[in-house]
Design a protein around this ligand. Sequence first.
Ligand code: MRU
Length: 397
Amino acid sequence: MSLRAIVYVRDPPSLEILNQLLLPHETVYESVTTVQQGYEQINRMKVRGAPAIGIVAALTLAIDLQLKLQTFNKNPNALDSDTLNMLNSPLLLGNFIRDSLDHLNQSRPTAVNLFRTSDILWEVTSSGIKKNLGTKQIIETLVDTAVQMMNDDLIDNNNIGKYGAEFILRNGDKRICVVTHCNTGSLATSGYGTALGIIRHLHTHGNLLHAYYTETRPYNQGSRLTSYELLHDKIPSTLICDSMVSALLSSHFSFKKIDHKITAIIVGADRVAKNGDTANKIGTYQLAITAKYHNVMFIVAAPSTSIDLKIKNGRDIVIEERSEDEVVFVNGLIKQDEIEKYQIRKVRVPPEGVKVWNPSFDVTPAELITAIVTEKGVVEKEKDGKEFDLEKFLMSQ
Ligand code: MRU
């Protein structure tokens, strides 16, 4: 079993993306060579998770340009005249990069990581043009930046894991049970994970008794992907349905099979507003409500790049609404040719004619969040405060 969602090689250039729609039954890497292919990987959720989609967008543009440059150097006659002109003109190259980033930005609307990636790549491109760099140098700088983003993400996740585990242990027992939602691990990042990184850290340091994780309907990031990662790392864990968390947290029940004293619910984030309101996978909000009711810590784990200071509060975050096929069918996102190729069953559950609502994310108010764990440290609210001051936190770093 491989846990690498993104496999990039700089020289000779190649980019392979693990098709997460087919997991855990098939491990299929798909080669990405163009911006359009990268767009489709993200839009169809073959790769997903806020940090991973930002990194794939950056590497997609990098590989597209590297391959064009490679052909230009070896066999320029194989290129069409538009591409030839672009590789001879920094201004035309800049136009191509701007259009490509705009296109990639359309692939998914909620995670801020995608837009932040675009801003950074555009900044290095326009500064290269201003400095009169040649096209080859502009492309090299863009590739350097994309690779740096991928490498930084792994380092950040290790720090999130450490800071998050230390924070939870300071406020809880020495061996604890936690709950997580969605998939926030290696498959959603360039490695290790955010919320799952904290669970990994707790486990490797002997502080984890048990991790419970939700199925995360409708895409089943939990039952398909988090299962895959937890089994791979041999982390003691139990899969539950999304509707079971309150029962798990409640002390009114005494279950035979489980130790249900939960210390913390730990989740990731797709976008954190300036006041700490957090957009994350649909179902996160109800977990925060039940955590508050049961006096359990509710921890958001995310790189500081997921904080969007331009957004004052959660009301301004755009929430993606996806196809009803995800809800109506088991394996509803897999296309017919792949269904046939991999002999996967696509099963309709409700009767024909039902109306379906499928928001992919919800927003958890800052008031319900105990702490936000980033690679720079842990942010808490002022005593009796209802919101976080994330601007102050980021400025103080
Ligand atoms: O729709 P997805 O699978 O891209 O949603 C993923 C999540 O909501 C994750 O919790 C979030 O992106 C953080 S991943 C480290």
